[in-house]
Design a protein around this ligand. Structure first.
Ligand code: FAD
Length: 260
């Protein structure tokens, strides 16, 4: 476990911000691009934990952790993070997770993300610059153009690297550019016609999207090893013990009388 301090906040859209934390111990990060960390924050109700993927791109192994976080209505971490200032501290454990690049270059590497599920793919794209990739396709699902986080950066990356193609899948607005299409990422996934023997898939974000995509890929004979999935499931708060009902209390009282 190590302590981090919030060193920079940048708005990426109305609902999404980039939070940069810096390690207080000055040590460098030791993780595999794609992995996530668990953050223990503290608010007026005490400590609570949330997981966040590392979204580092400019510097992968320095002493800073870049997170891209979207607001969740009524969310506890949302309340704290979207109303805080630089200097906020957290305890961090990790890295965790199996959503990482395959050791061997596949025929096609297909990355599928919804919204901030893009985060783990950013350090992976940086790491891919030193590998001799055949083809990498990123399908990014967003609702509208305000959610185009890192859109410019992804387009620049596509121009600079022949092996990379990005398709923005927009569900609530018509497309405006050749690399945009309307609808969900699963429709574009089907259009790519993935091949079980040669392609490798990485899926991240909305659990419903991942279930849909995985359902389709299973029909195409993909084995789980070739389709690594990371669902951004919501954290469950620890349940408090429920009070006993009157009937339960009576039963326990009778049993204790019997054995005493
Ligand atoms: C491995 C992993 C990596 C993750 N990485 C990221 C990341 O890089 N960026 C990021 O923004 N999030 C990420 N998450 C999600 C993150 O951990 C939190 O769940 C999220 O920030 C919401 O926390 P909160 O405390 O604001 O909301 P909570 O207090 O947990 O939730 C408040 C209410 O909203 C519901 N809810 C929570 N999230 C959503 C949602 N997305 N859509 C609809 N309803 C919701 C809950 O069921 C609850 O009723 C990741 C999750 C996992 C498991």
């Amino acid at each position: 476990m190590f302590e981090v301090r919030l060193s920079r906040i940048q708005a990426l859209s109305d609902s999404t911000r980039d939070f940069q934390f810096i390690r207080e111990d000055g040590e460098h990060l030791d993780y595999v691009p794609g992995q996530f960390y668990r953050f223990v924050f503290e608010d007026l109700d005490g400590e609570f934990e949330r997981s966040y993927s590392l979204c580092n791109f400019d510097e992968l192994y320095g002493d800073t952790l870049d997170l891209v976080i979207s607001k969740v209505e009524g969310g506890r971490a949302t309340r704290l993070l979207f109303d805080c200032e630089e200097g906020l501290t957290a305890q961090v454990t990790g890295p965790f997770g199996r959503l990482v690049l395959p050791d061997e270059n596949p025929g096609r590497l297909i990355m599928v993300a919804t919204s901030v599920g893009l985060a783990p793919f950013m350090p992976m794209l940086k790491a891919l610059e030193t590998r001799d990739m055949n083809k990498v396709v990123l399908l990014l699902g967003v609702r509208d153009h305000t959610e185009f986080i890192y859109g410019d950066l992804l387009r620049q990356y596509a121009q600079a690297h022949d092996y990379f193609e990005v398709r923005f899948c927009i569900s609530r607005e018509p497309p405006r550019a050749p690399d945009e299409c309307s609808g969900y990422v699963t429709e574009q996934l089907k259009a790519l016609d993935p091949v079980a023997d040669t392609d490798h898939l990485l899926l991240c974000g909305n659990p419903a999207m991942i279930d849909d995509a995985w359902g389709y890929l299973k029909e195409k004979n993909f084995r789980p090893k070739k389709v690594v999935r990371e669902k951004y499931v919501f954290a469950r708060e620890k349940k408090t013990a429920k009070a006993l009902t009157e009937d339960q209390k009576k039963l326990i009282h009778e049993k204790m009388k019997k054995y005493s």
